[in-house]
Design a binder for this molecule. Structure first.
Ligand SMILES: [Zn+2]
Length: 276
């Protein structure tokens, strides 16, 4: 049961972005100490040298990735993997096991990257190189994500709607938690073959996606295992799940017991009455 695989998703990464931005925007990178380069991919040997002396102009997000835009027009890409935490703190805080990368900023603060399982990813490249590396589809909170655009994507697929929504090349940032939650709100079963969805249903799914993601961002994401924001705080959306991780508990709409279905090592949670 891979619960911790399910975070962070878009709301968690967006919360990290928002919490880091005030502390690191405009800061110059004074020193970088790589204590463990073996992340999901080994960190480039010249990484520390390449970012030292650069100024962070802005902190953006695409899907589940953070983009730190540097003043040499390159992007420092960060993916938190399953257990990564990127936290800003005062110098002199005690180091912990799994603190792999320490970045001292000109402001006297420090960015600490901690990642026990080391599935996180860091890379440096031009915007084009980063886009090629990550291959992301549309941002779900952007205007480009519409019922019509989703319907075009699902028309000829044999995949389930949950698999389509979790495909980062189709729509970027949705994983197991928010796919389960948004399909509940839309009244659609996660195992439903996506090509059987009508236009109005894809419309409903897109609306539900935007609502759930915005609500989760408002509650600063879901902390079910390691996820913390950029100041080390837990999120609050885990207390508002309607179906995710609630197998055997009553549906908030109709009191039918929530079911869990596992496909490809991933659990989908749904109400067999409310979702068709
Ligand atoms: Zn129900």
């Amino acid at each position: 049961m891979g619960r911790e695989k399910d975070v962070p998703e878009l709301p968690e990464v967006e919360t990290v972005r928002r919490s880091l931005a005030p502390f690191i925007t405009g800061a110059t990178i004074a020193t970088v100490e790589v204590r463990e380069p073996r992340l999901r991919r080994p960190l480039a040997p010249d990484f520390a040298m390449a970012v030292t002396g650069r100024t962070i102009l802005r902190v953006a997000r695409r899907g589940k990735y953070l983009h730190l835009h540097l003043d040499d027009s390159r992007v420092w890409l960060v993916h938190l993997g399953m257990t990564g935490q990127l936290v800003v703190e005062n110098l002199g805080e005690t180091l912990l096991p799994h603190d792999h990368i320490l970045v001292v900023l000109s402001t006297g603060r420090r960015l600490r990257y901690n990642d026990p399982r080391r599935f996180g990813l860091m890379a440096l490249g031009t915007e084009n190189e980063i886009d090629t590396l990550t291959e992301l589809g549309v941002e779900p909170l952007s205007r480009a994500f519409t019922g019509c655009s989703l319907w075009e994507k699902v028309r000829r697929t044999r995949r389930t709607i949950k698999d389509v929504l979790m495909d980062q090349r189709v729509v970027a940032g949705i994983g197991n938690i928010y796919a389960s939650e948004l399909l509940f709100r839309a009244g659609v079963r996660p195992g439903r073959v996506a090509a059987t969805l009508s236009r109005p249903l894809t419309e409903r799914i897109v609306k539900a996606a935007k609502t759930v993601l915005r609500e989760a961002i408002r509650h600063r994401g879901s902390s079910i295992s390691d996820y913390r924001d950029g100041e080390g705080r837990r999120g609050g959306f885990q207390n508002r799940f309607r179906v995710y991780d609630r197998e055997g508990e009553p549906c908030p709409g109709c009191h039918t017991l929530i079911r869990r279905e596992t496909r490809g090592g991933r659990s989908a949670f749904f109400c067999p009455t409310c979702q068709r």
